[in-house]
Design a protein around this ligand. Structure first.
Ligand code: NCD
Ligand code: ZN
Length: 384
């Protein structure tokens, strides 16, 4: 990774800008070049919604684990292949972005379907949603026992289990659901399937971070930008903030600090997964709003801020570009992306099918900007 220092002329300007924005001034490099990162947890939706968002990811990330919680969910290899084809068709020709597909685990997922997923070469994980835990999870797993045959086959095939780690028992407090999942279901899964490789997705608690740190190498975790940048206070800052509502829900500040420590620790079992989860503005700003933060338009820039605030920019490379690929047994990317220190303001909303979508940090000024706007691997060519 190359971190270029500010030129003497710019340093003064940077300092003035930093002071204006209340930013830290200790280390203020002017640019940051890192191997092309991958997003190990992404929601792309389908149809017009997908067409509206996929480029935001493809222009910066080389690959992304694409979550299967469509309506209906992607439960078969055939459905994953068709979905993959639709994603590729929605991108400009020549884009090298690679969607890494997942299957949605249900009570009825059969071992032969798992075996076929492994053989396909394009399905890289199977996603476990406890039924009712989050957006489009109704078809998810109703009881752990029911998926034992599928988990046994995954263990045999070396297929990664991707976990939405929250219990759904309404008696369990909203803020405790991840901790209880880790203490109960996750412990059981790891005990009964000692060879299964597991990603605990979008971790939000100190306990999850320690659990992963203290476990063996077959368990890893993704961490989102919102969980690095915000604690639950932000949900109520000056009024209710629906665009910060995601699942698992933001936790208290001490948990955020533990997540920042984990992400910036250099431990290869913590890596980037945005969980960018687009919902139309109308579905968020309503009486019963959907869960999900749409971070794709500036995800890498937000991670850079979080790492810089922790004085850990040199650790961004492993977290964003290496560790996920290593865990999934895929090659690291060879090309690079560059972030430049250049203040810019995210739009208040972006087009989204027939409506609009409000990105995470809409209308706010970010301090890093992606230097190259072309989709992964291709140069932007002016259109006639
Ligand atoms: C995700 C979505 O909208 O698909 N929402 C979210 O709040 N994270 C689902 C998920 O990953 O839980
Ligand atoms: Zn998700």
């Amino acid at each position: 990774m190359t971190i270029r220092a500010s030129t003497p002329g710019r340093r003064g300007l940077d300092r003035i800008m930093a002071e204006k924005q209340g930013l830290p001034m200790t280390s203020a490099p002017a640019s940051l070049t890192l191997p092309r990162p991958d997003d190990w947890h992404l929601h792309l939706r389908d149809g017009a919604a997908m067409a509206a968002v996929v480029w935001e990811t493809a222009r910066v990330f080389g690959r992304a684990i694409v979550m299967p919680n469509l309506k209906p969910p992607v439960t078969t290899v055939a459905a994953a292949q068709a979905y993959r084809d639709r994603i590729l068709a929605a991108l400009p020709r020549g884009t090298r972005f690679a969607p890494l597909m997942t299957l949605y685990l249900t009570d009825n997922t059969s071992p032969p379907e798992i075996a076929a997923a492994k053989v396909s070469g394009f399905v890289h994980a199977v996603k476990y949603y406890p039924a009712g835990a989050t957006t489009n999870s109704d078809a998810g797993v109703t009881a752990l026992d029911r998926v034992y045959p599928a988990l046994a086959e995954m263990e045999r095939q070396g297929m990664v289990l991707s976990l939405h780690g929250e219990v759904t028992d309404p008696a369990v407090d909203m803020f405790d659901r991840e901790r209880v999942f880790v203490d109960t279901l996750l412990e059981r899964i790891l005990r009964d399937f000692p060879g299964l490789r597991v990603v605990l997705e979008h971790i939000t608690t100190r306990e999850s971070a320690s659990f992963v740190r203290e476990s063996s190498g077959r368990i890893a975790a993704t961490i989102t930008p919102q969980h690095l940048l915000y604690s639950r206070n932000a949900l109520f800052a000056g009024g209710l903030r629906p665009h910060l509502y995601c699942l698992p829900i933001l936790k208290r500040e001490s948990h955020r600090e533990a997540l920042v420590a984990a992400a910036t620790s250099g431990n290869p079992r913590f890596f980037l997964g945005t969980d960018s989860a687009p919902h139309a503005r109308a579905a968020k700003e309503t009486d019963c709003g959907c869960a999900g933060c749409y971070s794709a338009p500036a995800a890498l820039e937000m991670y850079a801020e979080a790492f810089e605030d922790a004085d850990a920019l040199p650790r961004l490379e492993g977290f964003a570009s290496w560790f996920g690929a290593d865990f999934y047994g895929l090659p690291r990317n060879h090309d690079t992306v560059t972030l430049v220190r250049e203040a810019w303001t995210l739009p208040a909303a972006c087009p989204f099918g027939d409506g609009a979508i409000v990105p995470l940090r809409a209308g706010e000024t970010l301090r890093w900007r992606l230097a190259e706007a072309a989709p992964s691997g291709i140069k932007a060519t002016p259109t006639a």
